[in-house]
Ligand binder design. Structure first.
Ligand code: COA
Length: 504
């Protein structure tokens, strides 16, 4: 046991062992429910030991693979290490690790990207099969056995409740001041589901601790390993223009009296563009903002520091390594400004609809009618997954999708005649923003949407070809509600696959 052990509970102390000893409880073909959400609060020592064991088995000609359920994406010690040794049979509900992505896209691992708020109820329903082992990182174990959560809430309590056995990683790298920041609330399954009593983003409705049946805990592993999040790239000219276009729109909504001066609670998606928009809000006129979102990113911490954002409710941190270190060193300053909730609460459509959140998510491509693809490149290669974008987009008061108008040095247009994969149907997409401009699609028919998106959002290099396609579609399409040329609609994608560019 570590000298400054954070395992205060006697019963749990008797279960302290090494990660190598703990993995003896994990059998091939079983399902692991791990903590972890966007690089925060995922177990590290146990999966690294498990990956080493899987490799050893493979070297001896034996197959050892597990199914992996998490909150969302994790870090290199979990997704990365297990995928590198080809140890994952089925993965859900979100990933963003390079090795994991490669395994999935090579057809070597099964993956389904459930809406993040759906993963808890799905598992609780029993339809996903049994959860054999929960492997959950915590900050400390109290003397009465309650668990002080780590830097993400995610599906942790759901996995602790559903699992047949539990392995706890107690990570002393996590700041002890995380105690008190979380708000765990359990939603009863239907038909006993009750209204969630969150009336404003800062309402606390549950407990700061997680609980576990001590008889299920088979191992406690002490660690001191940092969370490893990916760095954000500094916002460039394109990202800054996207942010400026969106901020103009929000100012206009306030001026028109459709939104209060401190805006509705903000939801900000993952990735560089979402982070750039948050950076843009630093210089905006908006004060006293709140956020009801999924992840707290660097930009949100800066807004909290500057006092522009009053508080942030989320399920996890998604920070660059520098910001993760900063927050870890200054946790006490943020204790009363942040709430981490389970992901079926942070992403709950009932609450999102009640609060009127502004959903701001990035996309991979949109078609001229505003059907949005957030997940698949060229229709078949998954990038990350839908994450919480669907949870928020459908239920928000305004759902905004943002993107640079081109990708891969201009070889790909983010606005295409037809999306090659659809995650968000046009009804869930109210506003599209690129560096070229913004399309407010509210009140428009498909044809009016197409004209607005092409005119306001498409890159000038692709605008004439999009207009040409749209005009010809109007001439030949069987139906005139959403004109399409069936033989040509996906030709831009096949041109890219064959020739490396969507340009004609
Ligand atoms: N075709 C091919 N590749 C594309 C593309 C397109 N139309 N659009 C973007 N990409 C590539 C970029 O080139 C980049 O690739 P690289 O990593 O090799 O450089 C990558 O996708 C990321 O794009 P980037 O422009 O840096 O944006 P991002 O970091 O903001 O990520 C998404 C964009 C869509 C991948 C990301 O936001 C995501 O996974 N979204 C789905 C989940 C979600 O919305 N969650 C939020 C819920 S709270």
């Amino acid at each position: 046991m570590l000298k400054d052990s954070r395992v205060a509970c006697e019963t749990m102390r008797s279960k302290v062992m090494t990660a190598e000893e703990a993995i003896a409880f994990i059998k091939p073909g079983t399902t692991i429910g791990a903590s972890g959400f966007t690089g925060s609060g995922y177990p590290k020592a146990v999966p690294l030991a498990l990956a080493a064991k899987i490799k050893e088995e493979a070297d001896s000609g034996r197959t050892f693979r597990v199914n992996l359920w998490t909150g969302a994406s994790t870090g290199p010690e979990l997704d990365g290490a297990l995928a590198e040794v080809n140890g994952i049979e089925f993965r859900m509900p979100y990933q963003s690790d390079t090795h994991m992505r490669d395994r999935i896209n090579r057809g070597e691992a099964h993956y389904f990207d459930y809406h993040l708020s759906h993963s808890t109820p799905l598992v609780k329903s029993g339809a996903m099969g049994p959860l054999h082992t929960a492997v959950i990182e915590v900050t400390a174990i109290k003397s009465d056995g309650r668990l002080v959560p780590s830097s993400s809430a995610g599906n942790n309590q759901a996995w602790l409740d559903a699992a047949e056995q539990v392995i706890l990683e107690v990570n002393s790298w996590q700041n002890a001041d995380l105690e008190g920041m979380h708000d765990f609330y359990t939603i009863a399954p239907p038909p006993n589901t009750q209204p969630i009593p969150i009336m404003k983003a800062d309402d606390r409705i549950g407990s700061p601790y997680m609980t576990v049946d001590p008889s299920k805990v088979v191992a406690v592993v002490e660690t001191h390993i940092p969370d490893r999040n990916a760095p954000f790239s500094d916002p460039g000219e394109v990202e800054m223009k996207i942010a400026a276009n969106l901020l103009d729109f929000l100012s206009h909504e306030v001026k028109m009296g459709r939104m209060p001066e401190n805006l509705f609670p903000l939801q900000s998606g993952v990735g560089n563009i979402a982070n750039a928009v948050l950076c843009g809000l630093m210089d905006s006129p908006f004060e006293n903002m709140t956020s009801y979102t999924e992840v707290i990113q660097d930009g949100m911490i800066n807004l909290l520091k500057a006092g522009k954002l009053r508080m942030a409710s989320a399920t996890a941190f998604s920070l660059s390594p520098d910001m993760a270190k900063y927050i870890n060193d200054h946790m006490h300053e943020f204790q009363d400004k942040m709430i981490l909730r389970p992901q079926d609460v942070s992403n709950n459509p009932e609450v999102i609809r009640r609060l009127g959140c502004i959903a701001m998510n990035s996309l991979i491509e949109t078609d001229i009618y505003g059907n949005v693809n957030s997940t698949h490149v060229m229709g078949s290669r998954v990038m990350n997954g839908i994450g919480g974008s669907g949870d928020f987009a459908r239920s928000a008061s305004i759902s905004v999708f943002m993107t640079p108008s081109t990708a891969k040095g201009g070889a790909i247009s983010a606005i295409v005649p037809q999306a090659c994969h659809v995650d968000h149907g046009s009804q869930d997409v109210r506003v599209i923003v690129t560096e070229q401009g913004l399309a407010d699609l509210r009140g428009l028919s498909p044809k009016q949407r197409a004209e607005t998106i092409i005119r306001n959002c498409a890159h000038p290099d692709y605008r004439p070809a999009l207009l040409d396609y749209y005009k010809r579609a109007r001439d030949v399409s069987v139906g005139q509600h959403t004109p399409v040329i069936l033989d040509e609609a996906l030709s831009w994608h096949s041109r890219f696959v064959k020739a490396g560019s969507m340009r004609a």
